[in-house]
Design a protein around this ligand. Structure first.
Ligand code: MN
Ligand code: ZN
Length: 496
């Protein structure tokens, strides 16, 4: 189970039975909290012996001297003060948490000499702590060793003169951490446990935060003419769901902004069956829907002053006597017909109807969809950045900036008429797969045919939603990618 961190902010704290974490900028003689934790001044000598120079995210771990009240002292390097970014405070929190070991009481001295530590910085440390604390081990019935038995609760005090401002900012940080960790959990959960209905139930749980949630079943979707989404779902014994979440935090007359997620709870490829190796990872093919759900959690929990719609299409893609075939032609809600070339190109079919429905019903200011859409995007960008496709330069630029701020990075790839032509079909209006070349782009062109003139961006998160490199603030396979990114986008541009 994830460690539970009880975090508070204060201008001072008692050190008995605690480990003291002291932050230090490079080039400064002493870390924060030296007087309290190291009255005898042993740290400079320890630093010299260990060659510790407070490089960014480096750690000096010393047994506390006898005249200190603390049990252990961890000095955490911040690097050059002038180069610190907002994201570095999260990383510092993550690195601190990685060094708690068995401590159940921790005091973090944040006011590093030479650094301007405000409420945002101090609450950034707290956010890093909470993100690092998440781990998915609900199904581990035995712990391997005592060392892995994390204490249930860790009392953490962050000591800073900015404690009042930090306390305020922490409300938002807590909301963000909860939303990211929710998205991670959804991605990590096994597919037998999280089917379309169970996922829809998770969306319904957001009602307790004030989110209005409607769940559409097969009957309603049939009535709406969602033949593309339903075609994918027909091979599974588990019926599809479309969850519609609304957070109305803005003024009544404001059109909403909209986020749409691909929620394929498991993708076998269908009749165009995937190879067996690694197929278990396809439990994460609902990473887009997880990010949208996590984002809705954040926005509602922090009472964002904006009207937001979150729509997620929840289906399972299975081979079956009733599964759709290559060669089938389905009619989408838009009326456009689609020839199925490859039943493994199912995410775009789900999104085609989800995007059209969202645009048609809500007339949003913009739509952003997230989807673990193509393996091709991982060939292009690896697990390090998501692919960004957009019909709107302003929205695209704002997304890229939010990506840089949150380190949930995006790289824009092209769209264009020549790429669009590739998905024309001999027998229908379009085909759902055009082969390997430019596979991520042709997938995006497909989606573009369902968004009309509405400003829109598609984030292909196949490489980043799961299995991306572990970081100071993420030790989970399901990364929660996209939640912090889109929360930052909303915060920076779309709140009253
Ligand atoms: Mn697929
Ligand atoms: Zn898929």
């Amino acid at each position: 189970m994830s460690a539970k961190f009880n975090i508070s902010f204060a201008k001072s704290a008692a050190l008995e039975d605690a480990i003291a974490v002291l932050l230090q900028a490079a080039g400064e003689d002493a870390p924060a909290g030296t007087q309290q934790a190291d009255p005898g001044g042993v740290i400079p000598k320890a630093a010299k012996i260990a060659g510790f120079s407070a490089k960014s995210m480096s750690v000096l771990d010393v047994l506390a001297p006898h005249n200190s009240d603390a049990d252990r002292i961890v000095v955490l390097g911040l690097g050059k003060a002038g180069k610190l970014t907002a994201h570095d405070w999260l990383r510092a929190g993550g690195v601190a948490a990685a060094n708690f070991k068995k401590a159940s009481k921790v005091v973090i001295y944040a006011d590093a000499p030479g650094v301007d530590v405000d409420g945002e910085a101090a609450s950034g440390i707290a956010l890093g702590l909470l993100l690092r604390a998440y781990s998915f081990d609900a199904y581990k019935t035995k712990k391997k060793s005592d060392d892995e038995k994390t204490p249930k609760t860790v009392e953490i005090t962050i000591v800073t003169t900015a404690h009042d401002a930090a306390e305020k900012a922490f409300k938002t940080a807590q909301a963000v951490a909860d939303g990211v960790n929710l998205a991670r959990e959804l991605v990590n959960l096994p597919p037998n446990v999280l089917g379309p209905e169970e996922f829809a139930d998770k969306a319904v749980e957001l009602q307790k935060l004030g989110v209005e949630v409607e769940i559409l079943g097969e009957k309603e979707m049939k009535k709406l003419g969602m033949g593309a989404l339903l075609g994918v779902a027909q091979g599974s014994v588990r019926p599809p769901r479309l969850a519609v979440m609304q957070w109305k935090g803005g003024s009544k007359k404001d059109e909403p902004i909209a986020f749409v997620g691909k929620g394929v709870v498991f993708d076998t490829g269908g009749i165009s069956l995937k190879p067996g190796a690694g197929m278990e990872d396809m439990k994460g093919d609902m990473g887009g829907a997880a990010a949208v759900t996590g984002l809705m959690h954040v926005l509602a929990a922090r009472k964002a002053k904006v009207n937001v719609v979150g729509v997620i299409g929840l289906v399972e893609n299975m081979p079956d006597g009733n599964a759709q075939r290559p060669g089938d032609i389905v009619t989408s809600m838009s009326g456009q017909t689609i020839e199925i070339i490859n039943t493994d190109a199912e995410g775009r079919l789900v999104l085609a109807d989800a995007l059209w429905y969202t645009n048609d019903r809500f007339k949003p200011k913009f739509m952003i969809n997230l989807a673990t859409l193509t393996g091709a995007v991982t060939v292009a960008l690896g697990n390090l950045q998501a692919g960004l496709f957009s019909n709107d330069d302003e929205l695209s630029a704002r997304l890229s900036t939010a990506g840089d701020v949150t380190e949930e990075k995006l790289w824009r790839l092209p769209l264009g008429k020549d790429y669009d032509k590739i998905i024309d079909s001999k027998f229908a209006d379009m085909k759902n797969s055009a082969g390997r070349l430019a596979g991520s782009i042709t997938a995006a062109q497909f989606l573009k045919r369902f968004v009309g003139d509405t400003p829109w961006a598609h984030l292909d998160i196949a490489g980043t939603a799961m299995g991306s490199p572990l970081t100071e603030i993420n030790q989970s396979w399901g990364s929660g990618y996209g939640v912090r990114l889109l929360n930052e986008l909303v915060r920076a541009h779309y709140e009253d």
